[in-house]
Design a protein around this ligand. Structure first.
Ligand code: KG4
Ligand code: ZN
Length: 326
């Protein structure tokens, strides 16, 4: 089965063709980073209008690269949330139009579930039950995946998401946008043990909290003169990774998970992947960086498993900007 995946939830316009939920035939991503960078963050109206301009050429490029014709497709999977309403509408509308014109099943996808399915795209076959840590710009979710589409939510952030913390701290340190890659790059030449920063363990809970850490960085920068931003970036990154890794491993052990799956943009962070891999006695799976950040291959993969389970949606499909997983 070949599925076209469409992803427009935030600031990436993406389309991909995936075979049997696992083999990427094409994976095209048009980033809007340069357009939003002068504002230091995403401007929703600008994002949705840019999706409108880009979405059809990106789909055409994905079809051409996969050497696919419309009649080769078995379904269209599209992100319906969580995300920016105006951005989601563009993807859902074009997905509906193509599905209607080609009499194809339309499959609605939760963006967060899509991130998890990036782990099926590089020749691996995750083993259930697995512990999933989704770390993105908007979410920090810990859940137990017991089978396809079967999730037990464990914990989430009580304030800032991990990626959001990276973005905000990068702004404090004047490192640019998006913050995650900027912090990771700066940290390479910094000493992560130099500035002791707080870790919110929230003992007895699988929840996370990163706003205290962000405030501590702000206070440090305001109070100390002649700071080397690389040291602050490294110390911050170390604090985030410590908490994510320790809590994920503890939950995996407690629940008898067979594997740990990392997903979402922050999973592109090498220190996070390496530290989790080193400290965990369980196998740790994480997608390569380009499949960690927003893309449509993960949406098409997730769509395949839903379609196989008999799920498809009607023409009255709407977007759900605050959609949750499980
Ligand atoms: O999953 P994603 O592409 O979009 C959302 O669904 O939010 O995640 C974007 C987030 C941003 O906050 C970005 O700063 C962060 O992922 N990110 C990283 C890295 N690459 C992207 N954070 C830490 N290290 C990275 N290398
Ligand atoms: Zn995402």
């Amino acid at each position: 089965m070949k599925l076209l995946g469409i992803e427009t939830s935030c600031d990436e316009t993406a389309a991909a063709i995936v075979e049997e939920g696992r083999e990427i035939l094409s994976n095209i991503v048009a980033s809007q980073v340069d357009i939003h960078a002068p504002y230091g963050g995403i401007v929703p109206e600008v994002a949705s209008r840019q999706h409108l301009i880009t979405v059809i050429p990106i789909i055409q490029e994905a079809m051409a690269q996969a050497q696919a014709q419309w009649r080769d497709l078995d379904g269209i999977a599209v992100t319906i949330g969580p995300g920016l309403a105006g951005s989601l509408l563009v993807g859902v509308n074009i997905a509906k139009a193509i599905a209607l014109a080609q009499s194809l099943p339309l499959i609605s996808i939760n963006h967060l579930e899509g991130h998890i399915y990036a782990n099926w795209l590089e020749g691996r076959e995750p083993d259930f039950p697995c512990l999933c840590l989704i770390v993105s710009g908007g979410h920090t979710d810990l859940l137990l995946m017991r089978g396809h589409g079967d999730y037990l939510p464990l914990g989430r952030t009580r304030d800032d998401a991990a990626g959001e913390a990276f973005d905000k701290v990068a702004r404090i340190l004047d490192l640019g946008y998006p913050g995650g890659p900027a912090i990771e790059q700066a940290a390479l030449s910094g000493n992560g043990a130099l500035h002791p920063l707080p870790r919110a363990w929230l003992k007895g809970s699988d929840d996370f909290s990163f706003s205290g850490l962000k405030t501590a960085v702000l206070r440090l920068v305001e109070e100390k003169q002649n700071l080397y931003p690389a040291d602050v970036a490294a110390s911050f990154q170390q604090a985030v990774v410590d908490v994510l890794v320790t809590k994920t491993i503890a939950a995996a052990k407690r629940l008898g998970a067979k594997q740990i799956l990392l997903a979402g943009g922050v999973a592109a962070n090498r220190l996070l992947c390496q530290t989790l891999d080193q400290r965990s006695s369980l196998p740790v799976l994480f997608p390569s960086p380009l499949l960690c950040t927003d893309n449509a291959a993960m949406i098409a993969s997730c769509g395949y498993f839903h379609l196989k389970a008999g799920h498809s949606t009607g023409w009255d499909l709407d977007v759900t900007p605050n959609l949750r997983l499980a």
